[in-house]
Design a protein around this ligand. Structure first.
Ligand code: AMP
Ligand code: GLY
Length: 703
C-alpha cells in the first residue's frame, strides 16, 4: 500500500476535524485539504478558503489538485448537489446524491418513506394550510410536535406545550414563512431516551458505527435552549444488544433497501436519530451525514482505515468488516457564553496545548500564536476510557487545564448513563392518595361518616404554614373531614394541652396532629405525650415507637412508613442488603432502622458526629439520611450503586431547598436517589392520611 492519496474534505466544524483526524491515520493518505477548514484542522490539513456550498469552486479545486477522493461533511453541500456534480465530472466523492439527501432535507419525504416501508416512527400528518394545521393540532393532546419541512439548521422543530405555543409556531412556519415556503409535519409526541445510530451505507450495504448520545440542551439537567449539541459519548448502557440489532435491521437496513427501491440509493452516512420509547425503538429523524458532535466521539474508535471505507462506498464496492476499539469515549463541548443566543467572539483561549485528550476545534481562529474563540460552539474535548465513568473523569480533569473566561460547558455529559434514577415520591404518593380517596368514599357509605383529621398550628412560621396547608389540602383531596386550628405564637402550654384534650375526647375526631416545631414556652415532648395514642396519626408518641420495636400493634410513624413504601414501590429489594441510617431521632431514625431490620436488611445506625462517618456510609447499599443539616453526606461518601434516601429538607444560603445529602455529587454514584423536594415529603403526607383512615377504622370497629 502506498501513501500517495490526496483527499479533499468539505466542511469546517468539529465533525470535519474528526473526519480529517481519522483520515490522517490512514496509511494511504499523503495529503489532506479542507475547505474551508478551521484553526484546529490546519494542523492536519491545508485549509483552502472555498465555501462548502460553492460546488463549482470545489470541483475546480479538486480537478486542479488531482484529488483522489472528496469527502463531504455538511448537509448543505449535499443538498445543493455536490455529489451529482463531482460524479458527472468523473470524480470520486463520498456522500449522497441530491435525490438521496431528501431523506434528511425533506421531513415529508422521510415520513412517507417510513410509512411505505414499515419503518417505526411517530404517527404524523402534514399541512400547508395554516387553518387546517391549527384545527388539527388544537383537537389533539399536548405537547404537540411541529416540524418545518425542510432544512432549518436544527431550528425547525417546535415542541409546543399548549395551544398558544402551537399557534405561534404554525404562524411563523406557515404564514410568516420564517424558514421559507414550505409544509409543516405534525407528529405524535414520543417519550424515552434518544440516541444516535450512524452507519456507512452503500446501496443495501450497511456498516454500522458504535451508538452514541448527544446532549442538545445548553445547560445541566437538560435545561435551557436547544443547541447544536453540547457533548456526546459512546457505550450506552440503556440500549441492549437486542435493541441495537433491531435498530440495525428494521431501521437502518430497512431504510437503505427502501431508498434503493425508490431509485435513489444511499452512498454516504445515514444517521438515525432514534428514541427508545415504551413501544420500542422509533425514528425521530434521519440525517444524510455524520452527526455533530457524535462523530467526534465515534470516529476515534475506528481502527480500520477510513480512507478505504470512504473509497469503497464511493466506488460502490464492499468495504469488508470494520474494526472498532472496545473502549468508550466521552466528549464535552466548550461553548461561548450566551450561545445559542448572542455571544462575543475573539476571546483568547489558554492551555489547550496542555490537554492530554483529543481536542476538536469547532469555532476557533488563530491570530499569530494566539488561539481565539470564533463561534458559538468553540471546541470539543474527547477522552477515551475503559468505561464511561473513567472517560468522564478524564475529560473533566483535562478540561481544568483550559482557561478562557468567555467559555462555558456542561458538567453532566452522560448523565443518562451514569446518574442515579430518581425515586419519585411525588408520583408514588399520588397513586396512594388516589387509592385512599376511593377507599374513603366506600367507608363513608358503610359507616355514614368520613374520617376526620384535626391539625393544630401554633404561630406563623412560614415553613410550618406551608406544611400544614399541604396536609389540610391532601385531607380534603382524599375526601376526609379536616379541621384547622390556629393558635397564637404566645399561646400557653396549658391552653394547647387543653385543646388537645378536647380533641382527644371528641368522638368525631380520628386523627390529631400538632405541627412541629413549637415556640420555646411549650415542651414538645409533653405535647406529643398528650395526644391519645389512638389518635396520634403522626405516630410520634414514645409508646408507639416502643411498641414498634416490641413488635406490638401500633401506629407506624408516617415518615418511616413513607420511606419504606417508597423503597417497596420502587422495586428495591432490601433482603440481605446493608442499610445505614444516619440520624437516630425517635420519629425518623430509630423507627426506620426497625422497619429495615424487619425486611432482613443488616442495619447500622450512625449520627452526624459519628467518627469517620464516611467509612460507615460507604458500606451502605441503602443509605437513609435524616439529620436536618445540609451536606451531612457528600458525594464521595456514597457507595457506587447505592440507594440514597434523603429525609432532610433544609434551606441553603440562597434560600433554595436542599436536603442533608449533596444531591448532585451523590447522584453521580447512586443507582437511585430521592430528590428534594418531591422525595420523602409527599410520602410522609400520604402515610399521614393512611394512618388517619386506619385510626378511623379502628374506632368504628370498636363500636
Ligand atoms: P429533530 O430536529 O427532528 O431531531 O428534532 C429535535 C428534537 O425534538 C429531537 O431531538 C427530540 O428531542 C424532539 N422531538 C422531535 N420529534 C419528536 C417526537 N415525535 N416526540 C418527541 N420529541 C420529539
Ligand atoms: N447531533 C445531531 C445532529 O448531528 O443532527
Amino acid at each position: 500500500m502506498t501513501k500517495d492519496r490526496k483527499v479533499l474534505v468539505v466542511g469546517g466544524g468539529g465533525r470535519c476535524h474528526a473526519i480529517v483526524d481519522a483520515l490522517s491515520r490512514s496509511p494511504q493518505v499523503a495529503k489532506i485539504w479542507c475547505a474551508p477548514g478551521n484553526a484546529g484542522i490546519a494542523a492536519l490539513a491545508e485549509c483552502v478558503p472555498v465555501k462548502d456550498t460553492d460546488v463549482a469552486g470545489l470541483l475546480k479545486f479538486a480537478q486542479e489538485q488531482g484529488i483522489d477522493l472528496t469527502v463531504v461533511g455538511p448537509e448543505a453541500a449535499l443538498s445543493v448537489g455536490i455529489v451529482d456534480a463531482f460524479r458527472a465530472a468523473g470524480l470520486k466523492i463520498f456522500g449522497h446524491t441530491r435525490a438521496a439527501t431528501r431523506i434528511e432535507s425533506s421531513k415529508e419525504f422521510a415520513k412517507v418513506l417510513m410509512d411505505k416501508y414499515g419503518i417505526p416512527t411517530a404517527g404524523y400528518r402534514s399541512f400547508d394550510d395554516f387553518r387546517e394545521a391549527l384545527d388539527y393540532v388544537s383537537a389533539r393532546s399536548f405537547p404537540a410536535v411541529l416540524k418545518y419541512d425542510g432544512l432549518a439548521a436544527g431550528k425547525g422543530v417546535v415542541i409546543a406545550a399548549d395551544a398558544a405555543e402551537a399557534e405561534a409556531a404554525l404562524r411563523s412556519m406557515l404564514l410568516d414563512e420564517s424558514f421559507g415556503k414550505g409544509r409543516v409535519v405534525v407528529e405524535d409526541y414520543l417519550t424515552g431516551p434518544e440516541f444516535s445510530f450512524m452507519a456507512f451505507v452503500d446501496g443495501e450495504r450497511v456498516y454500522p458505527m458504535p451508538l452514541s448520545q448527544d446532549h442538545k440542551r445548553a445547560f445541566d439537567g437538560d435545561k435551557g435552549p436547544n443547541t447544536g449539541g453540547m457533548g456526546a459519548y459512546t457505550g450506552l448502557p440503556f440500549i441492549t444488544e437486542e435493541d441495537r440489532a433491531f435498530a440495525q435491521t428494521q431501521i437502518l437496513e430497512a431504510a437503505a433497501k427502501a431508498m434503493c427501491a425508490e431509485g435513489c440509493p444511499l452512498s454516504g452516512v445515514l444517521y438515525g436519530g432514534l428514541m427508545k420509547t415504551p413501544d420500542g425503538i422509533k425514528v425521530i429523524e434521519f440525517n444524510a451525514r455524520f452527526g455533530d458532535p457524535e462523530t467526534e466521539v465515534v470516529l476515534p474508535l475506528l481502527e480500520s482505515d477510513i480512507y478505504e471505507v470512504f473509497s469503497a462506498v464511493a466506488e460502490g464496492r464492499p468495504a469488508g468488516t470494520l474494526r472498532w476499539r472496545k473502549a468508550v469515549t466521552l466528549g464535552v463541548v466548550l461553548a461561548s457564553k450566551g450561545y445559542p443566543g448572542q455571544y462575543d467572539k475573539g476571546a483568547e483561549i489558554l492551555g489547550v496545548e496542555k490537554v492530554g485528550a483529543k481536542v476538536y476545534h469547532m469555532g476557533t481562529k488563530r491570530e499569530g500564536d494566539r488561539l481565539l474563540t470564533a463561534g458559538g460552539r468553540v471546541m470539543m474535548v474527547v477522552a477515551e476510557g475503559k468505561d464511561i465513568r473513567a472517560a468522564r473523569e478524564k475529560v473533566y480533569a483535562e478540561l481544568e487545564k483550559v482557561s478562557c473566561e468567555a467559555l462555558f460547558w456542561r458538567r453532566d455529559i452522560a448523565h443518562w448513563a451514569l446518574d442515579g434514577r430518581l425515586l419519585d415520591g411525588k408520583a408514588v404518593s399520588t397513586s396512594i392518595k388516589d387509592a385512599l380517596r376511593e377507599r374513603v368514599g366506600k367507608l363513608e357509605i358503610k359507616y355514614g361518616r368520613k374520617p376526620s383529621l384535626a391539625v393544630i398550628i401554633v404561630g406563623s412560621n412560614p415553613a410550618s404554614q406551608v406544611y400544614v396547608r399541604n396536609k389540610v389540602k391532601t385531607a380534603i383531596y382524599v375526601g376526609m373531614n379536616s379541621r384547622l386550628i390556629t393558635m397564637a405564637e404566645d399561646v400557653s402550654e396549658e391552653a394547647l394541652l387543653k385543646m388537645i384534650d378536647t380533641l382527644n375526647l371528641d368522638p368525631e375526631v380520628d386523627g390529631i396532629l400538632v405541627q412541629l416545631p413549637l415556640p420555646p414556652q411549650i415542651d414538645e415532648a409533653r405535647v406529643i405525650d398528650a395526644i391519645v395514642r389512638e389518635k396520634d396519626v403522626d405516630g410520634f408518641h414514645p409508646l408507639n415507637v416502643a411498641n414498634l420495636w416490641l413488635g406490638r400493634p401500633c401506629t407506624v410513624p408516617c415518615t418511616p412508613k413513607g420511606i419504606l413504601r417508597l423503597i417497596d414501590e420502587s422495586g428495591i429489594d432490601l433482603a440481605g442488603k446493608t442499610a445505614v441510617v444516619v440520624g437516630r431521632s425517635n420519629i425518623v431514625g430509630k423507627p426506620v432502622a426497625k422497619l429495615l431490620l424487619d425486611r432482613n436488611a443488616t442495619v447500622v445506625m450512625a449520627h452526624s458526629r459519628t467518627k469517620d462517618l464516611k467509612s460507615v456510609t460507604l458500606q451502605a447499599d441503602v443509605l437513609v439520611v435524616a439529620v436536618g443539616r445540609k451536606n451531612v453526606v457528600t458525594g464521595d461518601m456514597v457507595k457506587p450503586g447505592a440507594v440514597v434516601i434523603d429525609v432532610g429538607v433544609n434551606r441553603d444560603e440562597d434560600g433554595k431547598l436542599c436536603g442533608d445529602v449533596d444531591f448532585v455529587g451523590a447522584r453521580l454514584r447512586a443507582a437511585a436517589i430521592t430528590p428534594v423536594p418531591g422525595g420523602v415529603g409527599p410520602m410522609t403526607i400520604a402515610m399521614l392520611m393512611e394512618n388517619t383512615v386506619e385510626s378511623f377504622l379502628a374506632r368504628m370497629e370498636e363500636k
